[in-house]
Design a binder for this molecule. Structure first.
Ligand code: FAD
Length: 503
């Protein structure tokens, strides 16, 4: 196999949302213009989905890879910091819990911190041991609306090594576009109206302005339209609405939140849930719901009734379907972003999934031979990552004690077997593990399982070997250190304001 003469020298990206421009920025970061031409086609007549404003910590990795300066990004995208997600009313109406990024506590030993907390709790009782959140720097800082990059490291935690961002999705895509175009990506503003196939692959696409674009590799970033992967390549869609039936979101912007909380809020509603994402100049809100249980008008009324600040625009509706493409890569077409699949935004995972799609593509960069083994490997790992994220989201719905019909049905509907196994494992000693394709690790699974009211029957027997006194002293010290660290942090709002002055 000769690779050089067969190298990919012409990449065509179709779509200019977050997926398209992130693909363009990442590929142009590694492929110099003289080596490989990169073209991006977007149509100003076809709007982007316009949401996707909450992220998870992996966003920092891609920003770093692209050489993005964080304060500059925060300034340009009206961004804020995110320490995790607050779940309001998910287990029961009136109850809340926090899914923090980062770690809980610190115990040097072979098993995860929550096991020691569980043992402490069974030894001294719930009141004295407190809530697991008290051992998370992120959760405590979020509750106090505080943020600081330079926070001291309480009890050996490495400060806020784990945080993410909220940003205006349109401004973020525009920022990525600037980076990509500076590095030589050619942008075409026109609608793709046709394509020509050759031996089962896409040879070229036809644009409404009359021009044609030939490519060795096509990246489909056309969002839910999935123009190339679903259209030209005829790849089917695996529908997961039996597990995750929400299929609409009604979204609206409102005035900024005065205290600028450093977290996303997900509030359970009649037939779905409502997000609240704080940006500097506005708040992004959306009610994700299932249209078999509530109609659009009622959903809109519920959304507007639960806004924390005054609406500044009219609500708009987005339809979606949860699931993934049978294969995200076929022949010379790779789907990145919504065209590859979508899992509702409860844990802000979509941008992450498009990032990992790109990382995999870089690791499996084809030649014009397009080796099937590489494509199969790509598709298997994308499928597996999607499935594990799906399970995590289903967990939030399945383990609830709410009274509405929608929520009752979520308790009784069949869940994926892989999730059933996780729940069974957890019910014993509160055990949960991260495997290779898992995006979420034990902190996340534990936060949501405990928050949703799913508890281990007893503590892990391993922790019995630790003397009760030293456990109690260790855990008390962790909580005091966290409280001290948070007391010394500025408010998130003050921190952002100070940062903007210097950006
Ligand atoms: P789009 O933004 O839809 O872009 C599609 C592009 O394709 C556009 O530029 C369009 O012009 C172009 N196009 C389409 N057809 C043609 C054609 N024929 N010719 C030329 N161009 C064409 N993700 C998160 O990570 N966090 C969140 O909080 C989050 N919230 C979400 C909430 C909702 C309700 C939904 C639906 C999604 C959410 N997502 C979230 C997902 C996130 O919005 C997307 O993953 C992200 O915006 C990437 O979208 P995209 O670029 O794939 O598609």
């Amino acid at each position: 196999m000769q690779s050089e003469g067969n190298a990919i020298r012409n990449i065509v990206i179709v779509g200019g949302g977050t997926a398209g421009w992130m693909s363009a920025a990442v590929l142009s970061r590694w492929f110099p213009r003289e080596y490989c031409e990169i073209h991006l086609v977007e149509s100003s007549a076809i709007p982007t989905v316009g949401v996707g404003e909450a992220t998870i910590p992996s966003i920092l990795k891609i920003n770093q890879m692209l050489g993005i300066d964080e304060p500059e990004l925060i300034r340009r995208t009206k961004g804020t910091y995110k320490l995790g997600i607050e779940f309001d009313g998910w287990a029961k109406s009136g109850e809340r819990y926090f899914h923090p990024f980062g770690s809980y506590g610190r115990i040097v030993g072979p098993i995860a911190f929550p096991h020691y907390w569980r043992r402490f709790r069974s030894a001294v009782g719930g009141r004295r041991a407190g809530n697991l959140e008290e051992y998370s720097l992120n959760a405590v800082a979020a509750a106090a609306r505080k943020f600081d990059h330079k926070s001291p490291s309480p009890s050996g935690q490495r400060g806020f090594t784990s945080y993410a961002l909220h940003f205006d999705a349109t401004l973020y895509a525009a920022y990525l576009a600037e980076i990509a175009e500076r590095r030589g990506v050619t942008r075409h503003d026109s609608k793709v109206v046709g394509h020509r196939m050759e031996d089962g692959s896409v040879a070229s696409i036809a644009l409404e302005n009359g021009s044609k674009l030939h490519g060795d590799l096509f990246i489909d970033c056309t969002g839910f339209r999935a123009l190339l992967i679903g259209g030209a390549m005829d790849v089917g869609f695996i529908d997961w609405s039996r597990f995750l039936p929400c299929d609409r979101a009604v979204v609206v912007q409102s005035e900024p939140l005065p205290d600028l909380p450093p977290f996303t809020r997900a509030k359970a509603g009649t037939a779905g849930w409502q997000w609240r994402i704080p940006l500097q100049d506005r708040t992004s809100n959306g009610y994700v719901y299932c249209s078999s249980y509530i109609d659009e008008e009622a959903a809109q009324t519920e959304l507007m009734a639960n806004l924390s600040t005054k609406a500044t625009a009219s609500p708009r509706l987005i339809r979606f379907r949860t699931g993934r493409r049978n294969t995200a890569w076929k022949r010379n077409v790779v789907a990145i972003g919504l065209s590859a699949g979508f899992i509702e935004p409860l844990e802000s995972t979509s941008i992450h999934l498009l990032q990992t799609g790109l990382e995999r593509l870089l690791n499996l960069m084809p030649t014009k031979d397009f080796r099937q083994a590489d494509i199969d490997f790509y598709n298997r790992s994308v499928a597996s990552e999607f499935e594990r994220v799906r399970d995590f989201i289903v967990l939030h719905y399945h383990t609830n004690a709410r009274t509405e019909k929608f929520w009752q049905d979520r308790r009784t509907e069949k869940i994926p077997e892989t999730l059933r196994e996780r729940i069974d494992l957890y019910r014993g000693y509160g055990r949960t593990f991260k495997s290779d394709d898992d995006l979420f690790g034990p902190v996340s699974w534990t936060a949501v399982m405990e928050g949703q009211g799913l508890h281990g029957e007893t503590h892990d027997p391993f922790t019995d070997c630790i003397p009760g006194d030293s456990l109690a002293n260790g855990l008390d010290a962790i909580r005091s250190d966290i409280q001290r660290a948070v007391a010394n942090m500025p408010s998130h709002k003050a921190y952002i304001e100070a940062m903007l002055k210097h950006a």
